[in-house]
Unconditional design. Structure first.
Length: 250
């Protein structure tokens, strides 16, 4: 597991958690967690329901503060949401009254119209939605809606893309296609990705590095680069953590 101590001459990690914990109404949900995510990495976080995966993402996004510890983005404390961190949820959460173009460009409203239009056109092409630019969300398939949500998150050119089980509600065929598309987008943009999933196969297929969480409270039980036998290691780590928890409860 990466050490929270970093030399002063090192480039700050894109995201770093130092001894982070989160407690909800006296119920420990996460931590302590120490984690550093280098710029450009595709990190997947996998674990069963209730292990703190979404809590971890929420802290990085700035939606909630840690109970203890520090969350850093580019070396600066995270004190709330910001344009350097784009978020994609399991449900697309598009504005139903706006077109696809309107949704993608929503966060760019302060930019000059010509620049905004150019950026939206770039993202429409990047996500294969050029022919759907004028359509409303109800006219789109599930995969197209999620593509529009990803394009909207990428619109401000964030350094980090946070994805909370974004393909969980899609059918198997659409999910597999979207997995390939997000890998292509990651390669073409160089954005740092933190991807939450409960699917071990998805985690080991998409990520360059995988961490497994167990809990509550959520804690890292495995942190490893992707390798041929990683799926078995992740499954074993999750299984061992569940067995230990069951034994402690009996």
């Amino acid at each position: 597991m990466p050490s929270p101590d970093r030399r002063a001459d090192e480039t700050p990690a894109a995201i770093e958690l130092r001894a982070v914990t989160r407690v909800y109404r006296d119920r420990p949900a996460l931590g302590p967690v120490d984690l550093a995510i280098p710029a450009g990495e595709f990190l997947t976080v996998v674990g069963p329901s209730g292990c703190g995966k979404s809590t971890l993402l929420s802290l990085v996004a700035g939606f909630a503060p840690p109970t203890a510890g520090t969350v850093l983005a580019d070396g600066a404390p995270v004190t709330g949401p910001g344009p350097s961190r784009g978020v994609v949820f399991q449900q697309p959460r598009l504005f139903p009254w706006l077109s696809v173009s309107g949704n993608i460009g929503f966060g760019l409203r302060r930019l000059p119209k010509a620049i905004r239009k150019e950026r939206v056109a770039e993202l429409l092409a990047m996500t294969g939605l050029e022919n759907a630019a004028r359509l409303k969300p109800y006219e789109l398939s599930g995969g197209m809606r999620q593509r529009a949500a990803i394009a909207r998150a990428l619109a401000p050119r964030p350094k980090v893309l946070l994805m909370d089980e974004p393909f969980g509600a899609l059918d198997a065929f659409t999910r597999e296609r979207m997995q390939g598309e997000i890998r292509d987008l990651w390669r073409s943009t160089g954005v740092t990705v933190l991807f939450i999933t409960h699917d071990v196969t998805e985690a080991t297929t998409l990520g360059t590095r995988v961490i497994a969480l167990a809990g509550p409270p959520g804690r890292i039980t495995l942190d490893a680069p992707v390798s041929e036998d990683l799926r078995e290691k992740v499954e074993a780590a999750i299984r061992d953590a569940a067995s230990a928890r069951a034994g402690a409860a009996s």
